[in-house]
Each structure stands twice: as C-alpha cells, then as structure tokens.
Design a protein around this ligand. Structure first.
Ligand SMILES: *Cc1c(COP(=O)(O)O)cnc(C)c1O
Length: 437
C-alpha cells in the first residue's frame, strides 16, 4: 500500500496535515530529504548516543547523508541496526576507515576520460556522467570522489563537451548515461540531452542507469515517461539490492517503465550483511523478474575508499551464482562481475563447470553434481577466416558487419592476425634481448 502508517507518520512529522499527493510528488520528496542526523532522529524517533553522534557527523562530513522520506519509510525501526535500507542509506563510522589498498578512483575512470564527463573504456561504448547528485546517497557508492560533494547540476555547455566527443568518435554506438543519477536532471534537460545524443547518426542505443525506482519511485511521472518514449531504443538499468526494496511504490514505477516499452535491467552490488545470502538474493531476483526487470550484473564491491566493511570474499559471489544456475529461471541470474581495479573493465566470474577435456570429449558437471560428457563432432571442417567476407560461404550482409579490429584475446584467436602472444610492456627478459642485441 502506498502511504501506509509508517509513511503517514513520517509525513506528519514533516508537515502538519500529511497529504498523499505531496508524498507522491518527487519534488516534495527531494525538498524534504533527510540530510542531517537531527532530522533523521526527529523523523524516525531513533536516538543515538552522544558519543556515537561524533563519529556519524564525521562520516557525513566526508560523504553526505541524503535519504528521501520514501526510502526512509522502508527502515524497520525496531531492528534498524540490521536493516538493509538503513545500512545502505545511513551507514556508519566504518566508512572512515580507509585501507591501504583502497583508492578514490579504483576503476581509473578519470584516466580513461578524454573530456570532462566521459569515460571511454570499451571500444564501442562510453559512460557519460551527466549529474553528480542523487536523491539518496548510497553508502557503498563506488564514485564517492565525485558524487554528492557539491550540489552540482552540469550546464548545457558542460554537457555539450561530452556530446561533442561522442559526435566526433564514430565507434561509439552505445551511450550510457550515469552519474550521480541522470534522472535528477529536470525533464526539459533530459529531453534536450536525449535529443542531442539520438541525433548522432552512429549512436544506436542509449542507456540510463538510475536508482530512482528504488529510492524515489515517484520520479516516474507520466511526463517523464512520455519524454523518454520519444527517444527509443532506450534501455534502463536500476539498482535494487534487497527484496525489502520491492514495494507497492517501486512496483508501480517499474510497471510504468515496462509499459513505456523500455527493457529494464538491474545491477546489484554484493554487500556484506545486506544481501550476501543465496536465499535473500534469490528472493530479490524472483521479485525483479515478476516486475519485468531482468537481473543484469551482480557486482563484487569495488575497492573504493571506506567500503571495506561492505566487502565479501569473491567466494561468496561464486556461492550465490552456484545456488542460481540450474536452480532457478535462467534469466533471473545476473552475471557476477569484478570491475577490474586500474580500469580493465568488467570481468565475469562463474563457478567451474568444465571438469576435463580430451580431443573429442568434454567432461562437465551440472548443478546437481552429476558428471556428464559431451561428445564433440568427429570432424569439423574449420573455416579459416581471412576476413574476406565477400567470398565466404556464410551469409553476412556487409553493411551490418562489425568493422572493428580484433583486440586482446580475440586477436590471439583470430586467423586473420599473426600475433602469437600478448606480452607485458615491461617484460624483463625481452628487455634483456634488446640490450644484448
Ligand atoms: C560498465 C561500464 C560500461 C558498460 O558496460 P556493459 O558491460 O556494456 O554494460 C561502459 N563503460 C564503463 C566505463 C563502464 O564501467
């Protein structure tokens, strides 16, 4: 139910006569967001001890507090210390501990940034940071260095730098709007931005990464949906981490998006004491697919500063994936990834299913532990590919062909490339060869 008793109580502490129409107004929610410890205490009735408060004030000085009244209403006050929403939104002094292996920018997003706002990491797609603000600041944010420190909404001039870069970079076929939360921009600016990007002939798809369906579902207004609809194909990814976040309001927001025709995905972060449990994760994934959201990624928590209390070993992620493969709907299973420190991009991680291999048989195991064999073809006439597609028997319409050069491991596998090894730049043995030559 939207506007349940907890929500009414919070609304009553904000204004004398609580109105459902206000509660469901995303601007009202933003205006009354909880940005101080005092307000948090006043609206929830939770009281912290004086000595706890010092640490919390320090924490919020380092990374601001901001919780929408809606998201606040999901906290179970009688057991708030263990509450997954409380832990994601309110945090604690654990954030002040910085390990020596943690970094401000572990994914080197700034180093892979050709112009302000753009991270160009992969060959054919870019990440475009179009906002530094969010309606709720996730304590596990990977971009704490950028997000939340100033209430900064980039101007058209600033956004134009990113747009210009995309225009002059023809290999970019996929633009991912992120931030901060892109849906913090006013409708008119979202419309302008999407129009400018859609106009670029080589851009095939646009994606938006937003946590609004989770933390401020009322942002999905009819006006916003009709603006977004003008810019198909548009893919939307959101960020649910726990089944408690799936509520009447968030379901309604997801239904509006799905009915609007946007393919929906979800990216979760594996978080200690929040969702590091196969049963919690499965319950979340089932709820997502019931709401037409396809689980996309499950992230291993990045090595950003102050997140050590959120991290699990990688084994926990593998254990969760093990509990999903075969056990539940294939498309309910996200790809578990580690975003490579230093900027290598996302690396998928799976349990091992191949047990052994001979020249004509593969030994595999299934989710039940059954060990089975797959007999490979006795003969396979290899098509040696010289990239002369015109004279190949396979039918490829050359207008649709991918023109990019093979890179990395793909290049080692390619018949059309003579490279036999990839060698680290500072290989000492090869340096010695040069010296001795
Ligand atoms: C995650 C990410 C993307 C998109 O990656 P996909 O695997 O295509 O979803 C693009 N650029 C950067 C920098 C990213 O971190």
């Amino acid at each position: 139910m939207i506007f349940n008793n907890v929500q009414k109580q919070i609304a009553r502490r904000i204004e004398e006569k609580p109105k459902l129409s206000n509660w469901k107004d995303w601007r009202w929610q933003l205006k009354h967001s909880i940005k101080s410890l005092d307000k948090f205490e006043r609206l929830t009735g939770i009281k912290f001890e004086e000595k706890e408060k010092d640490g919390l004030v320090k924490t919020f000085k380092k990374f601001p507090l901001s919780i929408t009244p809606y998201y606040l209403s999901l906290i179970n006050k009688s057991n708030y210390q263990n509450d997954p929403v409380f832990k994601q939104a309110f945090g604690g002094i654990g954030e002040l501990i910085v390990q020596d292996y943690e970094q401000k920018d572990p994914l080197s997003e700034e180093q892979d940034s050709p112009v302000e706002g753009i991270t160009h990491r992969y060959p054919d797609r870019v990440l475009f940071h179009v906002s530094n603000i969010c309606s709720m600041y996730c304590r596990h944010c990977t971009r704490k260095r950028k997000v939340g420190d100033i209430d900064f909404v980039p101007s058209k001039e600033q956004l134009s730098k990113g747009i210009e870069y995309i225009k002059k970079t023809p290999q970019v076929r996929d633009v991912l709007l992120s931030g901060g939360d892109p849906l913090m921009l006013p409708d008119s600016k979202i419309d302008w931005l999407l129009s400018e990007i859609s106009k670029i002939p080589h851009v095939e798809i646009i994606r938006i990464g937003t946590r609004m369906p989770v933390v401020l579902p009322y942002r999905m207004t009819d006006d916003l949906i009709s603006i977004l609809k003008k810019h198909q194909p548009l893919w939307i990814n959101t960020h649910f981490n726990h089944p408690n976040e799936i509520t009447a309001s968030s379901k309604e927001a997801l239904a509006k998006l799905a009915d609007g025709g946007f393919p929906l995905g979800n990216q979760s972060v594996l978080l200690r004491d929040i969702n590091d449990c196969p049963r919690i994760m499965k319950s979340l994934l089932h709820k997502l697919i019931q709401n037409r959201v396809r689980p996309y990624y499950l992230y291993q928590c990045d090595l950003s500063e102050g997140l050590s209390h959120f991290r699990t070993p990688i084994g926990k992620g593998i254990e969760i994936i093990e509990s999903l493969v075969g056990h539940t709907t294939g498309f309910a299973r996200p790809t578990y990834v580690i975003d490579a420190p230093g900027g290598g991009g996302k690396i998928p991680i799976m349990p091992n299913y191949i047990i052994s291999w001979s020249t004509n048989k593969v030994v595999l195991r299934n989710y039940e532990g059954i060990i089975t064999t797959y007999k490979e073809p006795d003969s396979y006439e290899q098509i040696l590919c010289d990239r002369d597609c015109e004279n190949c028997d396979l039918e490829l319409n050359l207008d649709d062909a991918d023109e990019s050069e093979a890179i990395g491991i793909e290049k080692l596998l390619s018949d059309a490339d003579d490279t036999i090894s990839l060698v680290p730049e500072d290989n000492e043995r090869l340096q010695r060869r040069d010296e001795n030559a």
